[in-house]
Design a protein around this ligand. Structure first.
Ligand code: NAD
Length: 495
């Protein structure tokens, strides 16, 4: 599709910001709405239902009713599988529309929403659908006189609360395993990016997921989100978002019904490049490409780059040669690789971090400015700081923007210690030709995922999640089923 046609298509797109409860589009019961603003150009796309506790209660009631009458949970796994596969197929049939919604709603380039987000989300739905009729339960090795069955059952009503950086994909990582095993779901998308989730609910219904099984309730975190997390009839929450709100979600569970809480939270991932790195150009491409991908709004972005002193200058020169390739452009232009940050609040937050880096003495080598402000949207240059040290704010806190901090090291053990000296533990990487060093470093790094000599590998088959304050439990892979099922033991006397 040409760039003009993406713009034409965007102009002709019909948006619907109403909630999706019990198989129907509905306004918030209060009638309240919030403005859905596109970061591409600052224009208002549509009024979105500003749901609150009343709407959450209606959605949870619909989900509970659907769960109890077993309209979905009671179907054979092979039937749920076929429905999930149809859901995924329909998502791909609506690929351009879903990609456009994602780009207009949160600013990422159409190139990636079409080639990464939609196919990856559809693949996730398909993968869990395909898996669910291939999993067996267990029989315990008890004495002959008894039989002990260990079975998995859906937990019941699952709440999914997700962020705005990969709206459809983060939602899919929750709803796919939860739905596949027979739960009912209430999804609360971010108030900054609700449109693709709302459309997904319609597509799921069209695929045959019964009304009430998958509900989407947009609104603010402190209204709709907290009502969902405090609800007495929600059995489990899959939360992805900031560490700060993750802590609050755990408190809500403690204040209400001790619902199970699974969290995927923030990160400040270290990327350690040793002088014996096997391919310096590949390391540079990965370091730069991974921090600027998705405007730096990735929980696993390698935002702290530790480079061994003897190659640091060379590494930085190569990195600086690549930085201009990531200059932000029109997200609806297929050539654009970096788009707009999600909103004005995020723009100012990232600019504040950049100011703090300068004030604390880091050396700004590239970027640092807002650009394309004439568009009405929110764009920041790819930014690179050198001579950062671990005490600086830009090295300690999650920026969630296109800002790379370069730190040096001479002793790998010091680099590992500094890499681990953070509240987060989502991902990490080491680049070296020495297999012993690679293994030792991978073991020493406290992170849910460690990369060796690459940063890009990703697959539905591997778990994704964090150590420490980056969260608990894992999304993706068969391990995600653990989060949305209860383990039941049934003893049967047979003699
Ligand atoms: P956020 O924590 O502000 O919001 C996440 C969700 O929680 C949103 O839907 C929001 O409306 C809701 N929320 C906010 N306050 C709430 C409250 N009081 N009660 C209930 N819900 C509430 O995060 P964000 O700014 O949307 O997303 C960015 C964060 O997400 C970053 O920290 C990033 O690292 C993290 N993230 C983590 C992963 C991962 O897999 N570990 C993936 C993507 C994003």
């Amino acid at each position: 599709m040409t760039n003009t046609s993406w713009h034409d298509r965007a102009a002709g797109l019909k948006f619907d910001g109403r909630a999706f409860i019990n198989g129907q589009r509905v306004a918030a019961q209060s009638g309240a709405t919030l403005d859905c603003i596109s970061p591409v150009d600052g224009r208002k796309l549509v009024d979105v239902a500003r749901c609150d506790a009343l709407d959450i209660d209606a959605a949870v009631t619909a989900a509970r009713t659907a769960f109890e009458d077993r309209r979905w949970a009671g179907l054979a796994p092979a039937v749920r599988k076929r429905t999930m596969i149809k859901f995924a197929d329909l998502m791909l049939q609506h690929r351009d529309e879903l990609a456009l919604l994602e780009t207009l709603d949160m600013g990422k380039p159409i190139k990636y929403s079409r080639s990464v987000d939609v196919p990856a989300a559809a693949n996730c739905i398909r993968w869990y659908g395909e898996a669910v009729d291939k999993i067996y339960d267990e029989i315990a090795p008890t004495p002959d006189t008894t039989l002990a069955l260990i079975t998995r059952e859906p937990v019941g009503v699952v709440a999914a609360i997700v962020p705005w950086n990969y709206p459809m994909l983060m939602a899919s990582w929750k709803i796919a395993p939860a739905l596949a095993v027979g739960n009912s779901v209430v999804l609360k998308p971010s108030e900054k990016s609700p449109l693709s989730a709302l459309r997904l609910a319609e597509i799921a219904l069209e695929a045959g997921i019964p009304p009430g099984v998958f509900n989407v309730v947009p609104g603010y975190g402190h209204e709709a989100g907290s009502a969902l997390a405090l609800h007495m009839d929600v059995d489990c929450i899959g939360f992805t978002g900031s560490t700060r709100i993750g802590k609050q979600i755990m408190q809500y569970a403690g204040q209400s019904n001790l619902k199970r809480v699974w969290t995927e939270l923030g990160g400040k991932s270290p990327n350690i490049v040793c002088a014996d790195c096997p391919d310096l150009d590949a390391a540079v491409r990965a370091a730069v490409g991974s921090i600027y991908f998705n405007q730096g709004e990735s929980c696993n972005a390698p935002s702290r780059l530790f480079v061994e002193a003897s190659i640091k200058e060379q590494f930085i020169a190569k990195a600086l040669a690549l930085v201009p390739n990531f200059q932000p452009g029109d997200p609806l232009d297929e050539a654009t690789v970096m788009g707009a940050v999600v909103d004005n609040v995020q723009l100012n937050s990232v600019l504040d971090f950049i100011e703090s880096g300068k004030a604390e003495g880091a050396q700004l080598l590239a970027g640092g400015n807002q650009v394309r402000s004439e568009s009405g949207g929110y764009y920041i240059e790819p930014t690179l700081f050198n001579n950062v040290n671990s005490t600086m704010k830009i090295a300690r806190e999650e920026i969630f923007g296109p800002v790379l901090s370069v730190l040096g090291f001479t002793d790998l053990n010091d680099a590992i210690r500094a890499a681990n000296a953070t509240a987060f533990g989502l991902q990490a990487a080491v680049w070296t030709s020495d297999i012993r060093k690679a293994h030792q470093t991978a073991r020493a790094l406290r992170a849910g995922t460690v990369h060796v000599n690459q940063y890009d590998e990703d697959d539905m088959t591997v778990p994704f999640g964090g150590y420490k304050q980056s969260g608990n439990g894992r999304d993706k892979s068969l391990h995600a089923f653990d989060k949305y099922t209860e383990l039941k033991t049934t003893w049967i006397k047979i003699v």
